[in-house]
Design a protein around this ligand. Structure first.
Ligand code: EPU
Length: 341
């Protein structure tokens, strides 16, 4: 194990925020992870980082940063129609999705081009275009930070919700996910093209009988047209969650704003796109120094170069206040906001 000191994290978080880790170690196997945890009490605290795609770092970390970079994909079992893959935590999500498509395994195509690594996907139950991780999830393995024991979690244990799971709540800081097992189809793929934009894009692509690869292409086209590439413009995808309101709150809202888009989640709850609320407050495309709101998707905050985490957070706070004042609706960050440790 090679522990670096005062290591910049600029290249390890997709926002491109330049904070320093007092100590930093790259973890390339489950064994190394166990070895590092065994000496963790010699350090102020530990902090786990993988793809760095869902966090806003607002200060230096006086901690031992564990950069989870464990690679590998293994076939666990298969039948004629299904395959189960065990994917190690450090596998880049999109590269892994591309690999499944090249092998004609179906089920992840709608979640193409989501930034981040596979091990962090269950934490916030990533999702896009009508499909969430939980829909393909079989189990994950995680190491208990204090005892170093490996435990597996099934779908029920994970308590998945909208951008939410056990690992974001009671399990936070207690476990580090080392692998994720997913079940995909080998034939009779079930396409999910009901999300309006996918159908429109498939038509534009002149595809009448789409394959899983066509759906992935459509998703990639849509995402590239709206969402900034973190390699070009620092960002963390949707900065806020879409607020979920009660039927009563929704009725008040829609009487005033009948033109607003919404999704009915159940008879009693409605989801309102935060991107729409933020755009109505006039923030879309606005820039304050190097912190800004993306010009094509108001839900995405961006770093034009040298914004600090505090500057991005100040913009987020300004947006939260403006949305509360105009609509009486509270929006909350989807990304993990991490203060100085
Ligand atoms: N909208 C606006 N202005 C904007 C952005 C959106 O009016 O600036 C409106 C759109 O016109 C549309 C509605 O809001 O009517 C929804 O927009 P969109 O389809 O772009 O999806 P979203 O709700 O903003 C969610 C996820 C995305 C995911 C897309 C597609 C959350 C927090 N975000 O965004 O996930 O890719 O749906 O499924 O649920 C992410 O989590 O990082 C992420 C990118």
């Amino acid at each position: 194990m090679h522990i670096l000191e005062n290591h910049s994290l600029k290249n390890y978080n997709t926002f491109g925020i330049d904070v320093k880790a007092r100590y930093f170690v790259e973890i390339d196997s489950v064994k190394t992870l166990g070895d590092v945890l065994a000496v963790a009490d010699q350090y102020p605290k530990i902090f786990v980082l993988s793809g760095g795609s869902n966090m806003l770092l607002t200060g230096d970390l006086n901690a031992l940063v564990l950069f989870i970079n464990i690679k590998g994909i293994e076939i666990v079992s298969q039948s004629e129609e299904h395959i189960r893959l065990k994917i190690m935590a450090g596998e880049n999500w999109h590269a892994m999705v591309q690999w499944t498509l090249e092998n004609n395994y179906g089920g992840l195509e709608n979640m193409s081009l989501i930034p981040g690594n596979t091990g962090t996907a269950p934490i916030q139950n990533i999702g896009a275009y009508g499909v969430e991780l939980k829909d393909r999830f079989v189990q994950c393995e995680a190491i208990h930070v204090a005892t170093h024991e490996i435990r597996s979690f099934n779908k029920t244990d994970c308590a998945f919700g909208y951008r939410d799971s056990y690992f974001k709540n009671q399990g936070k800081g207690i476990y580090i996910i080392t692998s994720v097992t997913l079940q995909l189809t080998k034939k009779k793929h079930v396409l999910n093209t009901s999300y309006g934009a996918i159908e429109t894009e498939l038509k534009a692509m002149k595809v009448a009988q789409p394959t899983i690869r066509d759906v992935a292409r459509a998703v990639i086209n849509i995402r590239q047209s709206k969402l900034p590439d973190p390699k070009v413009l620092g960002n963390s995808g949707s900065f806020f969650k879409n607020p979920v309101v009660t039927k009563e709150e929704f009725e008040v809202f829609s009487n005033s704003y009948p033109e607003a888009p919404f999704y009915e989640i159940s008879e009693q709850s409605f989801k309102i796109p935060a991107g729409w609320l933020i755009e109505q407050c006039g923030f879309k495309g606005k820039r304050y120094g190097d912190a800004g709101v993306h010009e094509k998707q108001a839900l995405v905050l961006v770093n034009y170069g040298n914004a600090s985490g505090a500057e991005i957070m100040a913009l987020a706070t300004r947006i939260i206040k403006a949305v509360a004042t105009k609509f009486g609706i509270a929006i909350t960050p989807e990304v993990n906001v991490i203060g100085a440790l």
